[in-house]
Design a protein around this ligand. Sequence first.
Ligand SMILES: Nc1ncnc2c1ncn2[C@@H]1O[C@H](COP(=O)(O)OP(=O)(O)OP(=O)(O)O)[C@@H](O)[C@H]1O
Length: 270
Amino acid sequence: MVDLVTTTPGATPPATRPAAQPVLAVSGLAYAYPDGHQALYGVDLAVYAGERVAMLGPNGAGKTTLVHHLNGILEAGRGTVHVDGLLVGKPTLTEVRRRVGVVFQDPDDQLFMPTVRDDVAFGPANLGLRGVELTARVEEALAAVGMGDHADRPPHHLSFGQRRRVAVATVLAMRPSVLVLDEPSSNLDPASRRELAEILTGLDVTVLMVTHDLPYALQLCDRAVILDEGTIVADGATVDLLADADLMAAHRLELPFGFDPVRANVARAG
Ligand SMILES: Nc1ncnc2c1ncn2[C@@H]1O[C@H](COP(=O)(O)OP(=O)(O)OP(=O)(O)O)[C@@H](O)[C@H]1O
């Protein structure tokens, strides 16, 4: 993108300088499935570098439909999606899919090679990486999710939680601009859930996380949006959204019994 503001080297940028470009910019996005079902009605969302944003919403709200637009699995009916300023569409699909790493709910949708190493190498090898460069990329991604010791195992010999971590590594190996996670805590036992949270908070990557696990959203994401009936109905600090009982009830969002988001947020910050 061309920066139209010129500055003297070393000088403070003028106040008129445009705000940072969002990593992910969704504008007026609407989509109807081929059977005519309207799943999205004009979604606007901007996610900035370094943010971790939770996307909340009841069943059928349109969350998965929205995610499928972020890397071009679905084509926008109306509106646009930009990734790093790049318009998502047929001409940009390869680059968009490198920049938007989607980790699906079921790791078995993502792992299909004989070994963990082969699975993690698959994406970067398709980008043309070979030899030591490819090996280094795979090792870096596996180390990031604590699976370096499992590189030569067949993915189907791993536990579900381990397979989910490898699925995250397959995406990290592409060095994406944004990591999109669909229900990352589903089917994990409490220890695996906690370990994945530690991994995700330790990564230096922008995250958009779709989840029904509201405590997990609070633990991992300072900001949350609520999508309902195909539109974004709230966007703000996760703790504020979760503490708004009327908002939560209006969108069929329920906290676990006894969970106090304000207290949990204080404990998290401390
Ligand atoms: N292939 C399809 N054809 C027609 N309608 C669909 C299709 N897939 C999803 N829908 C409809 O689009 C709407 C949004 O579905 P979507 O899967 O995006 O919701 P969601 O928020 O991800 O739900 P959940 O929390 O249950 O995963 C729903 O009403 C759903 O029935």
